[in-house]
Ligand binder design. Structure first.
Ligand SMILES: Nc1ncnc2c1ncn2[C@@H]1O[C@H](COP(=O)(O)OP(=O)(O)OP(=O)(O)O)[C@@H](O)[C@H]1O
Ligand SMILES: [Mg+2]
Length: 284
């Protein structure tokens, strides 16, 4: 048995040094047997960290997350090369429900709540794989309401009538109800006002620190993602073009220019943006 009195304690937050929980090894994804979308993507997600998957429209962020959680089949997509491991075990072909049992859950882009159920009923559907009894589920509902006070206020409201921000919270809260070890979060900022985006990311940080949940999150909003993530990968046209500690990426001149909309000369004009592909050093 582990001697808790003398065992080294893991850090309260942030990735535990060196421990990789999820690994994507050089995967290729093809849609409809012909469209090659991911062209050899590799990622390493540390346990207990927040890792950001960045990139513009159509870069392949959602495809990467769906490849991990095995949700590509319904889209006529498949992983044709490479492998995905979770806690060292190959999960490349594991179906989504089994992956949830292993502790990995995806929160889809566009916050899919059941519109006709109340917020609380939605949250309870997240506990369907649990076998540890009603009392534990009730405790976790309380835990979700602590992180999302807004959901407590709205718990009796039909989800379809709540705001976009509340639905995003509902989708995240429902994922938390499965007691996940890792959450794959797709574009949590989509369509939300800046203040709400900030609130959502504050909650991601609180859940990461408070519950030790590992996050891999896809975001077009590089600015906010790099302020909350520990590490980032930038995808372009189905390839990782750059990766690094979040702080280093924020200071990188190319990232500043092309993803944060700033440069030493100030904001780029449209004309500059038009020629940006040519000037991207990493695409040379
Ligand atoms: N079901 C599909 N069938 C064919 N092509 C697809 C399918 N889904 C996505 N694609 C294509 O794959 C590429 C990557 O799409 P993906 O949705 O992964 O990008 P993304 O980075 O999540 O973009 P966004 O930020 O707009 O959500 C795009 O070119 C897209 O058109
Ligand atoms: Mg997407």
């Amino acid at each position: 048995m582990l001697d808790t009195a003398t065992a080294p304690r893991p850090p309260a937050s942030g990735p535990a040094a060196g421990e990789t929980i999820l690994e994507v090894n050089n995967i290729e994804v093809i849609y409809n047997h012909v469209i090659l979308v991911l062209k050899g993507v590799s990622l390493s997600v540390p346990k207990g960290g927040i890792t950001a998957l960045l990139g513009g429209n159509g870069a392949g962020k959602t495809t990467t997350l769906k490849a991990i959680s095995n949700l590509l089949e319904s889209e006529r997509g498949e992983v044709t090369k490479g492998s995905i491991t979770y806690r060292g075990e190959n999960v490349t072909d594991l179906d989504p429900a089994r992956l949830v049992k292993r502790g990995v859950i995806q929160v889809m882009e566009g916050r899919h709540c059941f519109e006709h159920l109340t917020i609380e009923e939605n949250l309870l559907t997240g506990a369907y794989t649990r076998t540890d009894g009603a009392a534990a589920v009730k405790r976790d509902l309380e835990m979700v309401y602590e992180y999302f006070p807004r959901l407590r206020e709205r718990r009796k409201s039909q989800a379809g009538y709540t705001s976009g921000g509340e639905q995003q919270m509902c989708a995240m809260g429902r994922a938390l109800m499965s007691r996940p070890e890792t959450i794959l979060l797709d574009e949590p900022s989509m369509g939300l006002a800046p203040q709400l985006v900030e609130q959502i990311f504050e909650i991601v940080k609180a859940v990461n620190e408070g519950e030790g949940v590992t996050f891999l999150l896809a975001e077009q909003n590089t600015n906010v993602a790099l302020r909350y993530a520990h590490y980032g990968y930038i995808l372009e046209s189905g390839r990782v073009v750059m990766d690094g500690e979040a702080g280093a990426l924020r200071e990188n001149p190319d990232v500043k220019e092309f993803y944060l909309g700033m440069s030493d000369e100030g904001r780029k004009s449209f004309r500059d943006v038009r020629s940006y592909r040519r000037r991207k050093r990493w695409l040379a």
